[in-house]
Design a protein around this ligand. Structure first.
Ligand code: GAF
Length: 382
């Protein structure tokens, strides 16, 4: 965990509110494979990481609550009785959304102050939003003895994202951030919301993230659009979700959907299958197969589901040119953020340097290389 970040957030809280807070760490996540399958009731393979959000929270006797975003140096004073969504893109919506969903469940909270900061840039595709939502709900649960289970907390976080942030996300990010296990990735069945942990030790290989440092603006609307395409095709097929459909089922309604939407549904069915195959490859220690599945996932995201972008495709092409990278793909919702790479440990430095140089030359802007460790989920910092 980032002790500088913890100290910064704690000190900011004490400077601002004059008392010792409860401190919470809520991690971001990676996803090995299984992209855009969660809202199709399918399988995903995420892991919590040692980067995320630190929140400091304490009860307050003041007439209003105050939330302070340390990184932005912005604060907002608000009344619990007058919570409503602000304009799209405002960080306050993550906090307000969680409060609103807690109240919807008839749980009673009093006034509080919160300060938070993080070490994952927004838009990196590493779920800083889920991490923030989880930190707020976890902190309020502790502070006001709400008796919420972790399962309830992630549903609150997800609803906050739907209703206040406006992204109709699945459950992967909130789940991984809340339930992460050190050194493990979780094969999560998004229908039953149950996961099987897989210890990740790739021996002489490792996972490496490279951030494009771009986030294209259409991402939220495109996300919601993809979700509704999937739901419409599932309805046409007479199944609850695309998880229940096979390629043969889809073939039967081919003339009833546009070629573009056919490809999107096909991608989801194939990606779901890849996630399960990847878990078997990991079990066997078969990194070549895992890498091939990861490359195939990117191909589908780029050409069928169409949620990639030039910068992500460039980074994946760079990876393909390096024989020491077994697989690479865009990660998360898409339209920017990170690629995840499965790479030989002794090649990380050289690859990072080559890619950084090439990326700068091509886009006149820097990418960032992130080293990550798989970490435990949301917890109190003692
Ligand atoms: C975003 C969403 F929040 C997740 O629920 C998931 O759908 C992901 O995009 C794509 O796999 O992170």
């Amino acid at each position: 965990m980032n002790t500088t970040l913890i100290n910064d957030v704690r000190t900011s809280f004490i400077d601002m509110y004059g008392e010792e807070p409860l401190l919470i760490f809520s991690p971001g996540r990676i996803n090995i494979i299984g992209e855009h399958t969660d809202y199709n009731d399918g399988f995903v393979f995420p892991a919590a990481v040692n980067k995320g959000i630190v929140a400091a929270i304490q009860k307050s006797d003041a007439i209003n609550c105050v939330a302070y975003a340390v990184d932005k140096d912005e604060s907002i004073e608000f009344s619990l009785n007058a919570i409503k969504p602000l304009a799209e893109g405002r960080w306050e919506n993550y906090v307000f959304g969680v409060i609103a969903e807690i109240k919807n469940r008839s749980k009673v909270i009093g006034n509080f102050n919160i300060a938070f900061g993080g070490d994952i840039p927004g838009g990196a595709g590493m779920s800083s939003s889920a991490a923030l939502e989880n930190s707020v709900v976890f902190g309020l649960n502790e502070l006001f003895d709400l008796g919420l289970s972790k399962e309830e907390m992630i549903l609150i976080s997800q609803k906050a994202e739907h209703n206040y942030v406006g992204v109709k996300c699945g459950i992967m990010d909130q789940y991984a951030s809340m339930f992460g296990i050190e050194n493990n990735a979780l094969l999560l069945d998004c229908r039953t919301v149950e996961a099987r942990p897989y210890e990740i030790d790739f021996k002489d290989h490792q996972l490496l993230l490279i951030n494009t440092n771009v986030k294209h603006s259409l991402s939220d609307s495109a996300y919601n659009d993809r979700r509704s395409v999937c739901e419409n095709i599932a309805e046409l097929l007479g199944v609850k979700a695309l998880r229940d459909a096979t390629e043969a089922d889809l073939e039967r309604v081919k003339d009833k959907v546009t070629p573009e939407n056919y490809q999107k549904a096909l991608y989801v069915i194939q990606e779901n299958d890849r996630a399960i195959k990847a878990s078997k490859a990991i079990e066997k220690g078969d990194l070549t197969t895992l890498g091939a599945l990861i490359y195939a996932s990117h191909n589908g995201l780029q050409n069928q589901y169409k949620v990639s972008c030039e910068e992500l495709d460039f980074l994946v092409e760079q990876a393909k040119q390096n024989p020491h990278v077994l697989g690479a793909r865009m990660m998360g919702g898409g339209f920017g953020g990170c690629t995840i790479n499965l790479i030989a440990k002794d090649q990380v430095k050289a690859f990072g340097e080559t890619v950084s140089k090439a990326y700068l030359k091509k886009f006149n802007k820097a990418c960032s290389v992130y080293f990550i460790e798989l970490s435990d989920g949301t917890h109190l910092i003692s």
